[in-house]
Design a protein around this ligand. Structure first.
Ligand SMILES: Cc1ncc(COP(=O)(O)O)c(C=O)c1O
Length: 384
């Protein structure tokens, strides 16, 4: 694309398709057994997609509840006008328990001490507060680990007048793994059923993350927690729900040069031209969140064609081989993640070039990368 629009295009930006977020949520919603609630995991700024915008799109697509990692993220959603139930997945802390109660967040407890924190904060405000109990069935992170620990927690709850246990959950550590991983998941699931069965009253029991949503609908229980799949990146090869990536990340060509053989490109002289080449400098580097570890492997799309990134990725720039793309010129768009013509680069691709996972790629896109929200249905653009 060329012309007036491009000249206004910032050096580096991501476009978030809120209509696709909504559609992905609808597809997930339709895939889970009826009567099962769906929680949209919007922690870490909605996996880099914008927490409030993602939350709104997910609710429009049928999400019943939201999940964040920390109280501050939940408070941000409340300040953004979101009234849906919000679970804080991380363990409650003395530092922000009161803010959580104040904002009507559901906090996570794993010990009598944590439950007491909630009780004290709620009673000081003369409020009722909700908690979910975290059960560690094999993740090794947070949660009660056996029946005795759970009993002690339940006893502390009996004595608490301002706390209501409305849910219990566990987290799978290997539901995206091989058959061994699935056997381990099975064990986690059965331990969760056994322990969560000890909790009296009507509560929401939930354990399924994205991998389990795709692979094991029978593990849905009362609610599933959809994270990475909501953003269009199922963590398992099975993408039978046809979920679409919602983030498009682009930069620009800032400079083009023709070089003879024998010229070194970028830091450390890891790339030397062997023939005459045409090389474009691109306005994106690791300060924008493009992983330096992808150096030597990364590719971008320019005019719908693949261009190799040459040498090391710098802090703010990288160099692309446009020898076979004569139509490439300064100001042209460079697609880092997204579709261009008939080709597409995904966060999975960058993850494989840099030895990580799509999650980390999506949420490491830097704060200086402009974020634009687009809904092609409504044809609206909003800038942040
Ligand atoms: C407790 C918990 N539940 C659900 C999720 C969502 O996982 P996924 O993004 O794999 O769906 C996470 C993500 O880390 C999590 O920590």
């Amino acid at each position: 694309m060329k012309g007036k629009w491009l000249s206004m295009h910032p050096r580096n930006r991501r476009v978030i398709r809120t209509d696709l977020l909504q559609e992905n949520m609808q597809r997930i919603r339709n895939a889970v057994p009826s009567g099962v609630k769906v929680m949209a995991v919007v922690k870490a700024d909605g996996y880099g997609h914008g927490a409030a915008e993602t939350a709104r799109a997910a609710i429009a697509g049928g999400a019943d509840m939201l999940a964040v990692a920390a109280v501050a993220e939940g408070s941000f959603l409340r300040r953004s006008g979101i009234t849906a139930p919000i679970l804080v997945l991380g363990a409650v802390t003395a530092a922000d328990v009161a803010e959580g109660v104040e904002n009507g967040l559901i906090q996570t407890v794993c010990s009598p001490e944590m439950l007491l924190l909630c009780e004290n904060a709620a009673s000081a405000m003369n409020k009722q507060t909700e908690v979910h109990i975290k059960i560690d069935t094999g993740m090794g992170r947070i949660g009660v680990r056996n029946g005795d620990e759970l009993k002690a927690l339940l006893e502390s709850a009996d004595a608490a007048d301002h706390v209501r246990i409305t849910g219990a959950f566990t987290h799978f550590s290997d539901a995206d793994g091989d058959s061994d991983g699935m056997a381990y998941t099975e064990k986690q699931f059965s331990l969760f059923r056994e322990l969560s069965g000890m909790i009296p009253g009507r509560i929401l029991r939930h354990c399924a993350n994205s991998a389990a949503i795709h692979r094991r609908p029978d593990m849905a229980m009362d609610m599933v927690r959809a994270g990475i799949s909501l953003y269009g990146y199922p963590p398992v090869p099975e993408n039978d729900l046809r979920l679409a990536p919602c983030m498009r990340w682009t930069a620009k060509i800032s400079y083009i040069k023709e070089v003879p053989p024998g010229v070194y490109i970028s830091y450390g002289r890891t790339f030397r031209t062997e023939k005459p080449m045409r090389i474009a400098t691109v306005t994106c580097g690791y300060a924008d969140g493009y992983h330096r570890a992808a150096s030597g492997k990364a590719e971008v799309l320019i005019h719908g064609k693949r261009a190799r990134i040459l040498g090391r990725i710098c802090m703010d720039q990288m160099m692309a081989d446009v020898s076979d793309i004569p139509e490439a010129f300064p100001e042209d768009e460079v697609v880092l993640i997204g579709q261009d013509g008939s080709d597409q680069i995904t966060a999975e691709d960058i993850a494989s070039w840099s030895g990580t996972i799509s999650y980390e790629i999506l949420l490491s896109v830097g704060s200086r990368v402009e974020r634009v929200f687009e809904d092609t249905e409504k044809k609206g653009d909003t800038h942040q």
